[in-house]
Design a protein around this ligand. Structure first.
Ligand code: ATP
Length: 354
């Protein structure tokens, strides 16, 4: 059982601020993703939870106890290093039993525990094999097993599948998620891959430039991005941004863009100035009607859908439409937007208007 609370945590390395004041809660049993581009501070955050770095300020709580200044050995958190970091000269059994033997656990108890874990991971038949000769998948299972045997309160994983090719990576991701669902242990997982985060995570923290941009479920992050960075980083192709200058009238649920009236669902009333109209490609519709038009620049066939790239009076726009819909390069097509799916952003701050 482990709930982890991050409260105003900050980390400086000399003059450099790797993590600015960050706060979020990881609930017991969650598969929790730290997502963001290279260098944004996700590994540093993970290492602070595990105790491999100490925060400059702020607090970390594990099940209500403040642990931020404790050494790793007193946190009961397992850090799963890159999954291939095993002892190559030892067999699988020795690799798995090592953490327990070094804790001074009696032999019989060690054997029982190792066999238990080997059963969970489906690696009982390779316990006597040296790890040097194992397949990638089996090595990965053994590395996981070495973290699991200690029964830690939580697992920290830093891009564990990063070194694998795409197909195998997807397979291991599924296996890892299934294992988590069987064991139910709190897991914090670092990745820069938005698709992996969306597919595997119960919750996601999106970081950029040492700052937490947003924290929520995959659906919240996809449907209600808090910033343009999040809207752009999540989803492929990413959200369209159409710049316009205008005012959303008090009491109105529509905006004027290039003389055309667009529906805006949420409470954007009173917003004015340089605004950004954000809409995902799948929420754009193409039709002969419609006064707001775009010229087709390119089409990309994807099987069941196609991506149409258009030039509009407010900039480039991508639409994801059924593959059968006819769109010819050079043609001018009317554009519609599913109003409830539109997000307006402030152009200066990049924040969504709420
Ligand atoms: P990546 O995916 O590339 O590992 P990340 O989001 O995990 O990126 P961090 O590893 O947390 O990023 O690093 C954040 C920033 O802090 C980087 O600019 C990095 O160079 C810097 N940094 C990390 N550790 C140290 C350190 N020990 N001393 C100085 N700077 C550091």
């Amino acid at each position: 059982m482990a709930q982890i609370v991050i409260k105003n945590v900050r980390k400086e390395f000399g003059d450099f601020v790797a993590v600015k004041e960050s706060s979020f809660t990881i609930e017991d049993g969650e598969f929790f993703m730290l997502l963001g581009p290279s260098g944004c501070g996700k590994t540093t955050t993970l290492r602070m939870i595990a105790g491999l770095e100490l925060p400059t300020s702020g607090e970390i709580y594990l099940d209500g106890e403040e642990i931020s200044q404790r050494p790793p050995s007193q946190r009961d958190i397992a850090f799963v290093f890159q999954m291939f970091a095993l002892y190559p000269h030892m067999n699988v059994y020795k690799n798995l039993s090592y953490p327990l033997v070094s804790q001074g656990m009696p032999r019989a108890a060690v054997r029982e525990k190792v066999e238990d874990v080997a059963r969970i991971l489906g690696i009982r038949d390779i316990l006597k094999k040296p790890v040097g000769g194992l397949s990638g998948g089996d090595r990965q299972r053994v590395a996981l097993g070495r973290a699991i045997v200690r029964d830690p309160k939580a697992f920290m994983m830093d891009e564990p599948l990063g070194a694998l090719d795409a197909e195998f990576r997807e397979h291991m991701a599924e296996e890892l998620r299934a294992l988590h669902d069987r064991m139910g242990a709190t897991t914090v997982y670092v990745t820069h891959d938005q698709l992996e985060a969306m597919q595997m995570g119960d919750k996601i923290v999106v970081m950029n430039n040492s700052v937490v941009e947003q924290f929520g479920t995959p659906q919240e992050i996809y449907d209600k991005p808090a910033t343009m960075f999040v809207a752009d980083f999540i989803g492929s192709p990413s959200m369209n941004f159409l710049a316009f200058e205008g005012t959303v009238a008090e009491g109105a649920q529509r905006i004027e863009m290039q003389g055309q009236s667009m529906t805006v669902p949420r409470q954007h009333q009173g917003a004015s100035g340089q605004l950004i109209f954000g809409v995902r490609p799948e929420h754009v519709t193409l039709s002969d009607a419609g006064a707001y038009r775009g010229e087709v620049r390119a089409t990309e066939y994807l099987g069941t859908t196609q991506i149409i790239t258009l030039d509009t009076p407010n900039g480039e726009l991508k639409a994801r439409v059924p593959a059968g819909q006819i769109a010819t390069v050079g043609e001018k097509i009317g554009l519609g937007f599913k109003g409830e799916a539109v997000t307006l952003f402030d152009d200066t701050s990049g924040r969504a208007l709420r």
